[in-house]
Design a protein around this ligand. Sequence first.
Ligand code: ADP
Length: 188
Amino acid sequence: MEFEFGSLRFKVAQGDITKFPAEAIVNAANKYLEHGGGVAYAIAKAAAGDVREYIRISKEAMREQIGRDYIEHGEVVVTPAMKMEQYGIEYVIHTVGPYCGGRWDEDKKEKLKKAILGALRKADELGVKTIAFPAISAGIYGCPFEEVVKTFKETVEEFSREAKSVKEVYLVLYSRDSYEQALKVLGG
Ligand code: ADP
């Protein structure tokens, strides 16, 4: 499924983001970049082989780029793709979405928007053309999947008015089920 917003395309795909051929992939991180489970663990493992080593690299990058040992919603940290370079991935952009625990409101939505926008703006700054996102906050953080998908589409549309180098934004869904659910939500 594909949407065109000016010079920007928003596409929904199914697959494993650690092998997805985009110049930048986004990690649904926690604020300390601990990469303990879910897509964060998968990305750390695929990048460095050793998850603890990638956590060390991420925390060091966070100190250099943010000057703190945690990130807020909207703040992002960039680390190299390492072994994922074989798929054409250059950067991992770490962002933190809201914790929902099954609930959804305007505040959660704003935090998710900030998390998505922060990563999109950083990709623009890096001169990236193609960026791929997982369904941030729809896993361990328990935000309603449909709302996450809708918020992605809205945020990408908003970003299209300021986008410079970014031309393609992918939402990469891991399972066939979630992919099909997303198509329904977005009206496919
Ligand atoms: P959060 O804590 O932000 O909810 P999770 O890692 O638990 O983050 O999940 C975010 C989404 O990423 C979930 O929908 C999950 O199914 C998905 N996911 C997990 N592994 C991968 C992967 N390798 N590629 C793409 N998506 C993945």
